[in-house]
Design a protein around this ligand. Structure first.
Ligand SMILES: Nc1ncnc2c1ncn2[C@@H]1O[C@H](COP(=O)(O)OP(=O)(O)OP(=O)(O)O)[C@@H](O)[C@H]1O
Length: 625
């Protein structure tokens, strides 16, 4: 094993004036919030701000599961209610203890409940997930109504009145909520910078692909659930104490959850400050509708109209829309990177923060790294893969060719569990892996790229690479991804594939060829033993095809094993040995490129006469299945 280091300069945007202006505005808003109780003793506005703070904590918490991970929940109000009931039950049953002590406990109860919801709803997504969260909210409400010995049922619970001087008005509630919101925002900010945050956004963008780069979907989703509800439970407790009376109808009202979702959507669901802005828009509107416009139906009409307007005109929310506008104005007239040539790439010798280099066995002694035995997969009546078997020797660049529709991509999908096989076995380095999910296969050294690239469009190029997770540990999830060793390793790989100049661009802005290069860097971030490349030369220009071939050879000389699906015959026959030929979902031939080109069955089924070798140079096919 060889190692060396390379110094990578990390770019900083801390001198960006727009960024500073944004920070200045946030600081000013924060200062106003802190000073407000001292500046005004108007209880109407105090109440409005306290409710806005509760919504802000709820919406910011929701941004973790809905904004980052893409799971919109209509059950967020349940955690406020559960927080309220935790303090209500304990404050009325445990006399002599200040109710404030129960606030952190309410966070723990909210987190535990979220853990249960997370586990129950793991397999659902989209509308079915939303329905589960609504059902969850109603279920908790029904429990609160029926468990009357604990909750007081529909009669509700009356909490002890605050014991502090009336001169202090609602200050303690206000400051407690400001502190909880601060902690909530700090957590949301921190998560967005970690491997966990990258993983959650990857889940939002393309869950299947996320699993193939080592992201442990169930664990990360459950963590996101718990993180999205802990501080919300605490805010619910402060809210319950502030109300001094709680009942199931008020605390578990679906309207509360709807308002939280609205706040999130209006402000910007994946932005840090967006949910806070949204909360401070929604709650005042709520008050105005209640006090000045007759409440009831007007309120529903207002919120419904607002929701439609946001979805139609500001699908990203207010803050992201403003950010996009600022970016557009700033970049007007700038050449940018579009049309620039992809870099010539760095040398592999300098890649050591990112890749493990293994001495290659001589070909004759190479052990099988991948063994596929009798894999089958049918779609309806069509057997796409029909008992395919093949071996990829360690240290080889193995080719997999075959006519369109012969099952090559499906076979890749079965090898990495992007789709489940009906039957058959997959062995990697002597371990049977066909019972493992995609991310566990990635952790064992299996990486793959896709025929049509599948980068996470909303992440930057650097974030796409850094999102890949070589192994699973809570320590690794908490690692900062956008700077430090993780970013350094990703930058090395981007330099290698010639895409480092694009590190801060959103992946969706890249050309197809550029995406291919970034996807290769992403898969290399896993430091895999075996890399499955699905048409690496497909749809890219001849210069890039040459560079791709060069990189594959170079990586192979550093110990990486490849299995390559490709239709570009000069590319695959010049690079791969052995070559497997797939026809109708079965391996029909295996051999060296020369043997394959001389196999009449392969010529007949796939190659045609263009690839026929001169008779004298054509050896007999070694293996024909
Ligand atoms: N999800 C799916 N649902 C239904 N049929 C599918 C699905 N995926 C693949 N197939 C079918 O399975 C067969 C094999 O497809 P596959 O994409 O694996 O072929 P391929 O050899 O990779 O083709 P190409 O070289 O054109 O990419 C095709 O007939 C295809 O239509």
């Amino acid at each position: 094993m060889t190692t060396a280091t390379t110094s990578v300069k990390t770019r900083t945007t801390s001198s960006d004036p727009v960024r500073w202006a944004g920070r200045g505005l946030a600081a000013l808003a924060g200062l106003l919030l802190v000073l407000f109780p001292l500046l005004s003793d108007d209880r109407y506005y105090q109440n409005m701000i306290i409710l806005s703070l509760v919504f802000a904590v709820g919406a910011s918490g929701l941004s973790i599961i809905a904004g980052y991970a893409g799971y919109i929940s209509l059950g967020q109000g349940a955690f406020i209610g559960v927080g309220g009931y935790t303090i209500g039950v304990l404050a009325t049953r445990v006399p002599g203890v200040s109710p404030w002590w129960w606030v952190p406990l309410a966070g723990v109860v909210g987190g535990l409940l979220a853990l249960v919801l997370g586990l129950v709803s793991l397999r659902s997504r989209g509308p079915s997930f939303v329905i589960i969260t609504v059902a969850f909210l109603f279920l908790v409400q029904v429990i609160a109504v029926n468990w009357s010995s604990l909750t007081g049922g529909t009669a509700g619970l009356t909490l002890p009145l605050p014991s502090w001087s009336s001169d202090m008005l609602n200050w303690p509630f206000h400051y407690a909520l400001v502190a909880i919101l601060g902690l909530q925002l700090l957590m949301a900010w921190w998560i967005r910078r970690t491997k966990l945050g990258m993983g959650l956004i990857a889940i939002r963008e393309d869950e299947t692909k996320a699993a193939t780069i080592g992201i442990n979907l169930p664990v990360e989703k459950v963590i996101a659930f718990v993180a999205s509800s802990f501080f919300v439970g605490m805010a619910g407790a402060v809210y319950g104490y502030y109300l001094t009376f709680i009942d199931p109808r008020g605390m578990f009202s679906i309207l509360l959850s709807v308002q939280i979702v609205l706040a999130l959507l209006i402000g910007g669901k994946a932005s840090l400050w967006g949910p806070v802005l949204g909360a401070f828009i929604i709650e005042p509107l709520n008050e105005i509708a209640n006090n000045n416009l007759g409440g009831g139906n007007t309120r529903l009409f207002l919120f419904g109209g607002l929701l439609i307007a946001v979805v139609v005109f500001l699908p990203q929310g207010i803050l992201p829309a403003i950010e996009e506008l600022i970016d557009k104005v700033r970049n007007r007239g700038r050449a940018g990177l579009s049309g620039a040539r992809i870099g010539t790439g760095g040398s592999l010798a300098s890649l050591t923060a990112s890749l493990t280099v293994v001495e290659r066995e001589p070909a004759a002694q190479a052990k099988p790294l991948l063994e596929v035995k009798g894999l089958t997969k049918s779609f309806g009546g069509l057997a796409a893969v029909d008992g395919a078997s093949l071996v990829v020797p360690e240290g080889s660049i193995t080719g997999l060719i075959g006519p369109n529709g012969s099952g090559k991509t499906t076979l890749f999908n079965l090898i990495d569990d992007t789709i489940h096989a009906d039957s058959g076995e997959v062995w990697l380095a002597g371990e049977r892996i066909d019972g493992l999910p995609s991310w566990a296969r990635a952790h064992r050294g299996l990486g793959r790229t896709f025929q049509i690239t599948r980068l996470f469009g909303d992440l930057t190029v650097l974030e796409n690479v850094v999102a890949a997770q070589r192994s699973f540990s809570l320590e690794q999830l908490g690692r900062i991804a956008v700077s430090g060793p993780e970013a350094k390793a990703a930058e090395e790989l981007l330099e290698y594939v010639g895409m480092r100049a694009y590190r801060d661009q959103k992946a969706r802005a890249l050309s197809y060829g550029q995406q291919k290069m970034v996807e290769l860097a992403q898969v290399l971030m896993l430091d895999p033993r075996l890399i499955l490349l699905d048409e690496p030369a497909g749809g890219i220009n001849p210069v890039l095809i040459d560079r791709m071939g060069e990189m594959i050879r170079e990586l192979n000389s550093y110990g990486k094993t490849f299995l390559i699906v490709e239709h570009n015959m000069p590319f695959v026959l010049g690079l791969c040995d052995p070559v497997h030929v797939l026809s109708r979902g079965r391996t029909m031939a295996t051999g060296t490129p020369a043997e394959i080109q001389a196999d009449p069955a392969v010529i007949d089924a796939y190659l045609g006469d263009d690839f026929l070798l001169e008779p004298e140079s054509a050896p007999e096919p070694k293996v024909t299945l």
